[in-house]
Write a new protein. Structure first.
Lengths: 79, 141, 141, 79
């Protein structure tokens, strides 16, 4: 399973803070994005950053691994 | 001893933080700090409260990295970064940055660099409550 | 309420100073501070204590003018300047500057400007006690 | 009388913090400087700033007034 996290404005639009995605060998970040963004276009319209295991990633073709923790995040507004 | 980098709901004392910062070196001649507080007015609207959400584990990693980067980049003797989460009201503390160095210029430049970088790097989101309702703050580019 | 500009022998609390600074406006979103402390090492020598002498009445006039100038120049909501006199030891507080503004850049730039100007404008002299004896500090040009 | 103040390194070299100078009509700052600097050349060699009534002055031809407070000061080293 892949743990999927949402925070702040994206959690509001997803109406959840956490879910799971079934892991399949060879799946990429692009597959995960496609899975959620079709069902939640409003939430995904404000995704600005993506993290895998607490590290921001830039390559959507990145292959995921079982038990990865991924996060879809809006622009940061701390400080 | 409290940790030099923290995310917490409770308020903090600058006296306590500066005491711990100073404790790391008697060579420290200058300490720059930045304290961000909740304003009661933003973008032309009254703000009654501000709530913060964070990706806690990643935010802590990024804040620790930011502290290490600042120490290396500016030759600091020590630095501290604290960010509150949860709900705060007008005048309350939000974020505290402290940089200690042998001389004042490094301390103050590092302090300014850290708060600028924090806003870019650390996964925290802010929601303002105004008479018109709640809205997540969209940072300006 | 303590005065916003002071010269005093006793130590001060940053928490108290920041509380008073914040009290002047709920519009304050950023506070920059600079704290100068006594180092135990200067120009290659150990320093056991530092003594300060001041032309008190003129120093207070200059510090008050400096505060007003900073408020006008940077659009601050408030500012505070405290300088200790008498004798301090390694690690002790010497000078504290705080600048509060709506936004962080003005607060931090004002803070840096004030400490730079203070060194130029305010009649205070510093004597270091080292193993070789006492010597008045000659500022670099 | 004119009140004359010395601080820090200059007070050390003068071996006093305060003295008085008899006021005479028309006397200038240059007259005051001449009076002290002949007797205390070492102290006056490090005078960098001069104040009259807590205000720094630059014109040594400035005329003094009875009861003025003047200060001869070394380079500042506060902060």
């Amino acid at each position: 399973m892949i743990k999927v996290l949402f925070f702040g404005p994206i959690a509001d639009r997803m109406q959840m803070r956490e879910t799971q995605l079934e892991f399949t060998r060879g799946m990429t970040m692009q597959d995960a994005i496609a899975h959620f963004s079709v069902q939640h276009p409003s939430a995904f319209s404000i995704v600005a950053f993506i993290a895998v295991n607490q590290t921001q990633i830039h390559d959507k073709q990145m292959v995921l691994h079982d038990n990865d923790e991924i996060a879809f995040m809006a622009k940061y507004a701390g400080g | 001893m409290s940790k030099a980098v923290r995310i917490q709901a409770e308020d903090f004392s600058q006296d306590d933080e500066i005491k711990e910062l100073k404790g790391s070196s008697k060579r420290m001649g200058g300490i720059g700090t930045f304290l961000g507080c909740a304003r009661d007015f933003s973008e032309g609207r009254d703000v009654s409260e501000i709530s913060f959400d964070a990706y806690g584990s990643m935010a802590l990693l990024e804040m620790n990295k930011l502290r290490s980067d600042a120490i290396a980049k500016f030759g600091l003797l020590d630095a501290r970064i604290i960010h509150r989460i949860g709900t705060v009201n007008g005048g309350d503390n939000i974020v505290f940055i402290a940089a200690g160095a042998e001389h004042r210029v490094a301390a103050m430049e590092a302090c300014r660099w850290m708060i600028d970088e924090l806003k870019q790097r650390v996964p925290i989101w802010k929601k303002e409550t105004t008479p018109e309702g709640e809205s997540w703050v969209v940072p300006h580019p």
